[in-house]
Design a protein around this ligand. Structure first.
Ligand SMILES: [Zn+2]
Length: 543
């Protein structure tokens, strides 16, 4: 490694520099730093710094033997060249799985980016250390680690396996490319499908071909702009945890001061962030399971530990904006104030519901009255095309209210009363209509799920929640109804409310028993904002 830096060239560069700066006597003191041993002689970078694979495997096996109640180690078959594909599950086996959050940690490159396996092992050792915080994580989470996804690449120093496939990036949204040549990626897919994780974290970074090989530390992928936690706040928390011990972070597009690329911006591709949206392994996991995905680059094991420890802490906390503790992965639809969210009192119930709703978004129509008005909300969720055609009509509030009269399960009087209170119903203003909060369907009811085949639609088996976000945190609920019937407080079949981030949240939990037999749900809410904010003319007239 010594030949990487030519001592004589370093010296002559320094001489030229001094000659130029020589006249500026006052600056000379600053150059004294250059006389330190680091710059005056070539460094000894030493032998390769990566741990031989056999040693890494031995460490894994030792951990498994030492902590049989906390760690289960098994293999998921063999790599192209016949090396073992290890998977370690870390969790407190005395606590049932029903209440546990699921986390998948991989080192998917794990070929040349050898700090990945080393960092994950370092984190695993901390998780098993008996530290009170670690013990709590293992009680509340099931943390599945694939520390050496590409063992052949690890040994040969390549991103790819022997079939020239990179187990990290050779994916489509459906899974690994060329499955029979891609056993490493197929093992990852198997674990993703089994675990349906709330979080997928992937460790990258230094190649460790020599001591002091460094890489920018950060908590997201450079090449793939979609590979970031959808809560950017998570990235910030991870980076800040590392900074507390002095490890810096590169903030990617923010530090580069660039906006994201998109097809319409292609003519200015040289001016936008270089990362592109790509279907890597992590995006498969997001697409199937609505997982929070993150990748990180690291130069040092300690820096990775600090970042991932912070990430894992989130799984034990109540996320700002959420009601139940655990990772914030529950919002399925809704681009505006209100949300369709996953149902469930336990982590396992919420996971089932999340995965079901996430994969049925095409058959679901979710929306609310618009323009929204202070003091009242009408928010609906139709889970079949039939329900859309039957109850939403021409997508105006008044048409829905009229149609609802013939719904056998509804108390329509209450809905009609509230609908009539909407300012758009006085005949002087534009009529109120129903708008969808579901991504591409946002702009109109006619773009609803009418392209679905009947066979693609099935009842919702695992419940759903309609979450209203009232933008007045001191608000008081006056009347809350589901399908016109009063709703009581209940985490499993009723409502919960909480204040977070300036919102008064009201979540109506619609049980699986209800969603299995019904396909249209309407929440009506009247509230007192208990706050007067000025607006428009009132702001300017000082009223
Ligand atoms: Zn990488």
């Amino acid at each position: 490694m010594k030949d990487l830096y030519d001592r004589s060239r370093l010296r002559s560069n320094r001489r030229n520099f001094l000659a130029v700066a020589g006249g500026l006597g006052s600056y000379l003191t600053a150059f004294s730093a250059l006389s330190s041993p680091l710059f005056s002689q070539a460094r000894d970078y030493g032998p390769p710094a990566w741990i031989p694979l056999e040693k890494l495997e031995r460490r894994l096996q030792e951990l498994g033997r030492r902590y049989p109640d906390l760690m289960n180690l098994r293999t998921l078959g063999k790599s192209v060249e016949g090396r073992s594909l290890w998977v370690a599950t870390l969790t407190d086996s005395s606590v049932g799985d029903e209440t546990k959050e699921h986390v998948l940690l991989t080192t998917l490159h794990s070929g040349i980016e050898r700090i990945g396996p080393s960092s994950l092992l370092y984190l695993m050792r901390w998780l098993l250390s008996g530290h009170p915080m670690a013990r709590e994580m293992l009680r509340k989470q099931r943390i599945v680690c694939l520390p050496i996804v590409n063992p052949d690449g690890y040994v040969s120093g390549s991103f790819h396996n022997k079939n020239d496939l990179d187990p990290y990036s050779s994916w489509t949204l459906e899974g690994p490319m060329e499955p029979e040549k891609n056993p490493e990626a197929m093992a990852v897919k198997r674990i993703m499908d089994e675990l349906q994780p709330e979080v997928h974290g992937d460790m990258h970074g230094s190649i460790l071909d020599f001591h002091g090989s460094i890489h920018a530390d950060t908590s997201a992928a450079y090449s793939n702009v979609s590979l970031r936690p959808y809560h950017h706040e998570i990235m910030r928390l991870m980076n800040e945890a590392a900074l507390e011990e002095g490890y810096p972070a590169d903030w990617l597009e923010e530090d580069s001061e660039r906006i994201f690329w998109g097809p319409e911006l292609d003519p200015i591709r040289d001016k936008v962030w270089k990362g592109r949206p790509r279907a890597y392994a992590a995006i498969y996991c997001y697409n199937r399971y609505h997982s929070i995905v993150t990748a990180n680059e690291n130069a040092w094991e300690r820096s990775a530990l600090l970042r991932y420890r912070r990430l894992l802490q989130i799984g034990n906390e109540v996320w700002p904006g959420e009601y139940f503790p655990g990772y914030p992965t529950r919002v399925i639809m809704g681009n505006d104030l209100h949300r369709l969210t996953a149902y469930g009192v336990t982590a396992a119930q919420r996971r089932k519901s999340r995965v079901e709703l996430w994969n049925k978004t095409r058959q679901i129509t979710f929306g609310f009255d618009w323009p929204e008005t202070e003091g009242m909300i009408l928010c609906f969720c139709a889970t079949s095309l039939t329900a859309v055609q039957k109850w939403l009509g021409d997508a105006t509030l008044s048409d829905m209210a009229q149609r609802i009269k013939s719904h056998p399960g509804f108390r329509s009087k209450e809905i009609l009363r509230l609908a009539k209170l909407h300012p758009g119903e006085d005949g002087k203003r534009p009529a109120a209509f129903l708008t969808e909060g579901g991504g591409a369907k946002y702009y109109g009811m006619d773009q609803g799920p009418d392209s679905l085949d009947a066979g693609e639609v099935s009842p919702i088996e695992h419940g759903l929640c309609i979450r209203l976000r009232i933008p007045y945190h001191k608000a008081e609920l006056l009347d809350l109804r589901l399908n016109g019937h009063p709703v009581g407080r209940s985490e499993s079949d009723g409502y919960v409310s909480w204040v977070a981030r300036g919102f008064f949240n009201v979540q109506v939990n619609v049980s699986p028993e209800r969603t299995k037999k019904d396909d249209f749900f309407l929440v009506t809410c009247e509230y007192d904002p208990r706050e007067r904010r000025t607006q428009g003319t009132a702001t300017w007239e000082g009223k």
